[in-house]
Design a protein around this ligand. Structure first.
Ligand SMILES: Nc1ncnc2c1ncn2[C@@H]1O[C@H](COP(=O)(O)OP(=O)(O)OP(=O)(O)O)[C@@H](O)[C@H]1O
Ligand SMILES: [Mg+2]
Length: 248
């Protein structure tokens, strides 16, 4: 069994590779190579590394946005490679939450309507949508701004809203690509603390991509990438705290 595997995994990458074709300008870009990774249920993992090291490409493969050139991703009991495009879209909609650097909230909708959108698109009843949206907004501490449109909110508040939108389907995994990249240091710290609380209080599995070592240190485990490969996996700050707090 490859070395990075854990017993109670929720997502597992096996021999994952991605080479991007470059239409006549060379042999293609090997963005991710030979990645084996196992993430346990309720774990907070940071993927870090320099620009171009393959972090986003790996995250997109874990989340079924990008199909690997080789290898496979298992999400709980589902082999993503075995799904057709519609099946993959359904998994992305229902079992995976995405958060990006840009919040991408729709300006003409209220925050609550934005948060409810994934369920609306999935055909849930109005009552289910609004109940789940309110619960997700409460989880990110934004209930008091539910009726506001995104342009009335700060960047940090919009990102909290985007996290609520990602949580509204109760996804198996929350994937976040540089979620603090557009925020100042205070709002970055708030969003990071929110992600930590989702892991701690709700058992949410979170995989966070960041080029910032200070942000990565908040995770339980840090995966370092270089030139498309995992070069190191080390415990992060929250794992260290947990170890210190444990009875001897
Ligand atoms: N669609 C694409 N077509 C061709 N090459 C790509 C494509 N997407 C990514 N790449 C290349 O793959 C490599 C890894 O890119 P990736 O976006 O995963 O890096 P990253 O670690 O997320 O970088 P950053 O910190 O700048 O976001 C880079 O060399 C990049 O240029
Ligand atoms: Mg990236």
């Amino acid at each position: 069994m490859p070395p990075n595997f854990l017993p109670s995994s929720i997502v597992r990458a096996e021999g994952l590779e991605k080479t991007f074709a470059t239409a006549g300008v060379g042999p293609g870009v090997p963005a991710v190579q030979a990645v084996d990774l196992d993430v346990a249920r309720g774990e907070f993992v940071a993927i870090t590394g320099a620009s171009g090291s393959g972090k986003s490409t790996l995250l997109h493969m874990l989340g079924g946005i990008t199909r690997p050139s080789a290898g496979r991703v298992l999400l709980e009991d589902t082999d993503l490679a075995a799904l057709d495009d519609d099946g993959l879209a359904a998994i992305r909609r229902r079992r995976i939450g995405f958060v990006f650097q840009r919040y991408n909230l729709l300006p003409e909708l209220s925050l609550e309507e934005n948060v409810a959108l994934p369920l609306v698109l999935d055909g849930a009843t109005a009552a289910t949508c609004s109940e789940a949206a309110r619960e997700a907004l409460a989880a990110v501490g934004m209930s008091h701004r539910a009726a506001h449109r995104p342009d009335a909110l700060s960047g940090g508040e919009q990102q909290r809203g985007a996290i609520a939108r990602a949580l509204v389907t109760s996804p198996a995994i929350l994937l976040a690509d540089e979620p603090t990249g557009a925020l100042d240091s205070v709002n970055s710290a708030n969003v990071l603390a929110l992600l930590q609380s989702l892991v701690r209080d709700r058992g949410q599995t979170v995989i966070l991509v960041t080029h910032d070592p200070g942000i990565a240190a908040a995770a339980g485990r840090i995966v370092r990438m270089r030139d498309g490969r995992i070069v190191e996996i080390v415990p992060g700050g929250s794992a260290a705290c947990a170890t210190e707090a444990a009875p001897r």
